[in-house]
Design a protein around this ligand. Structure first.
Ligand code: ADP
Length: 505
């Protein structure tokens, strides 16, 4: 039984052909194709012309994956050539479908390998592009900081001089433009830092009530200037002191409020802060901004949270399209998420719920208040000696002017890091205001030298670093080197003076 079945399948797809060494076909079983007896095997297919038929010894030869094109059909066969007494026995194995399947599997496999490799290359390219973008943003914003510091300082000084009404208006305009430029710079830098994973949330105790009052005051004025109504409502059950990142929370809320102002022509804006829940030491608070502005079409509602995406028409567009992306990403870092409802032509509502720890009686805040009061009164009596170390001539001049104008300082100027140390050792300074990136020796190194000096009057002099470098890890390094405070360019004149007065004894 098995023998019969075996016979049926054993010869399937096999053809036996006997030829003479001169290539004459003696016999063929024609199981696959027709090779007539007494014909020449070389006429059957040119492949056999390459066979050394006349010179074959006793060794058999094997050929694999031979393509035989016969009329319109292509056979893919393995061929065994076995020397026999009568001549040569050819065994053809028809493996056409086997080779075709194999080929298509290999092709699919190769394609998928190529696809994977392409994805890897693409990812690499994306990472490289991202790295380049972040480096570019950092360098670019770094270079902008010096000129912006000068502009802000000079504007501050100009505003305090005698001006005509028209000049005052022009200065207001310049100040506003400069503030916008500064905010854009901060936004661009923030997005670069968030994407590079370098932005850390820094929690400290802050006064929520004051924050809301500040927002209410600022945006009431801004809305009024645009002929809009601004309503601010907040729960009086909201705790006063929270422990969170005030700066970033402020950045999120102001980005949303600025948009509401930007994209509303008539009507008004409602800003509300509501206590959702209070448990253990945590509060959950909802911040919400609703406007009666242009609204956003349904199909655009997801796009607006992507970097550099703006969906309003050209004439309305202002800014760079980063505000909402930053708000979204910052909220994610703070464990919250931004939500939005909007109807085109009617208005929009942006809101988020956030968990923040609250503090009942913050010690640090009440202590610093009374201390700084004492300090202020003492400070009124004295003229302080300050060393200003700055290599950028414009920034040097403007800072010098800002300090001098207070009439509270005697100022010496140094532009080269290597001159600082001898200057400090030979004079009794009350404070050093120093750019961190100086020629010859860095502000960091000078600070360390000063802190290691054996005499107290030199060792303990307060040092305020100024830098165009806004990366937190660098700022931490400056503080570690021994600087008391680091100001990031560009800064307001008030911020500079307040920092200096807080550190002076
Ligand atoms: P920018 O305001 O700088 O363009 P944003 O990221 O803050 O960038 O906003 C992205 C886009 O979302 C805006 O260009 C605008 O088209 C739309 N948008 C944001 N807020 C509002 C709003 N309150 N009303 C209408 N459109 C808005």
């Amino acid at each position: 039984m098995l023998k019969k079945l075996k016979e049926q399948y054993a010869n399937e797809n096999k053809q036996f052909t006997l030829i003479t060494k001169a290539g004459l076909v003696l016999e063929s079983d024609q199981a696959i194709f027709n090779i007539p007896a007494n014909s020449s095997i070389f006429e059957f297919h040119p492949f056999f012309e390459s066979l050394p038929t006349e010179h074959m010894g006793k060794e058999e030869l094997n050929f694999f994956c031979i393509h035989l094109t016969l009329k319109d059909e292509i056979y893919i066969v393995d061929i065994k050539v076995i020397p026999k007494e009568e001549g040569l026995l050819l065994i053809f194995y028809d493996l056409t479908s086997h080779y075709n399947t194999y080929q298509s599997i290999t092709q699919t496999r190769n394609e998928s390998v190529i696809k994977t490799e392409l994805t890897v290359i693409k990812n690499k390219e994306l990472v490289e592009r991202e790295r380049f973008k972040n480096r570019f943003i950092q360098n670019f914003s770094h270079e902008l900081r010096n000129p912006l510091t000068s502009i802000m300082a000079i504007l501050g000084l100009l505003c305090d001089t005698k001006l005509t009404y028209e000049q005052e208006k022009m200065l207001d305009f310049l100040k506003e433009s400069n503030t916008n430029l500064r905010l854009m710079l901060e936004d661009t830098l923030s997005i670069g830092m968030i994407d590079a994973g370098k932005l850390n949330i820094r929690n400290s105790v802050f006064d929520l009530h004051k924050l809301i009052e500040l927002l209410d005051f600022t945006y009431k004025a801004k809305a009024k200037a645009k002929g809009l109504n601004f309503e601010c409502s907040w729960d009086d059950k909201l705790p006063k002191y929270l422990e969170g990142d005030r700066l970033r929370l402020f950045q999120v809320v102001t980005n949303i409020l600025d948009n509401a102002l930007k994209y509303t022509k008539n009507g008004g804006i409602n800003f509300s802060v509501v206590l959702n829940q209070k448990r253990a030491n945590l509060v959950n608070i909802r911040f919400e901004v609703a406007d009666t502005g242009l609204g956003i079409a349904k199909e655009n509602q997801n796009k607006i949270f992507e970097s550099f995406n703006q969906v309003q028409s050209n004439e309305i567009r202002k800014g760079v399209g980063l505000g909402l992306t930053i708000a979204k990403k910052l909220l994610e870092l703070m464990g919250s998420s931004i939500k939005m409802e909007s109807t085109l032509g009617e208005g929009s509502r942006f809101y988020f719920d956030i968990n923040i720890p609250y503090i009942l009686f913050p010690k640090s805040i009440s202590n610093t208040k009374s201390k700084s009061k004492d300090k202020n009164s003492k400070q009124l009596e004295k003229k302080y000696k300050i060393l200003l170390v700055e290599d950028d001539a414009y920034v040097q001049t403007t800072l010098f002017k800002v300090l001098l104008k207070t009439n509270r300082f005697k100022i010496n100027l140094v532009y080269d890091g290597s001159l600082v140390f001898q200057e400090v050792v030979n004079n009794n300074y009350d404070l050093i205001l120093m750019d961190v990136n100086l020629p010859n020796i860095s502000g960091n190194q000078i600070t360390k030298l000063i802190r290691d000096f054996p005499f107290k009057n030199v060792k303990n002099v307060p040092i305020v670093g100024i830098t165009a470098n806004a990366l937190q890890k660098d700022i931490d390094q400056y503080l570690e080197a021994g600087m008391q405070k680091v100001l990031i360019k560009p800064f307001e004149n008030e911020e500079l003076l307040q920092t200096i007065f807080t550190l002076l004894k």
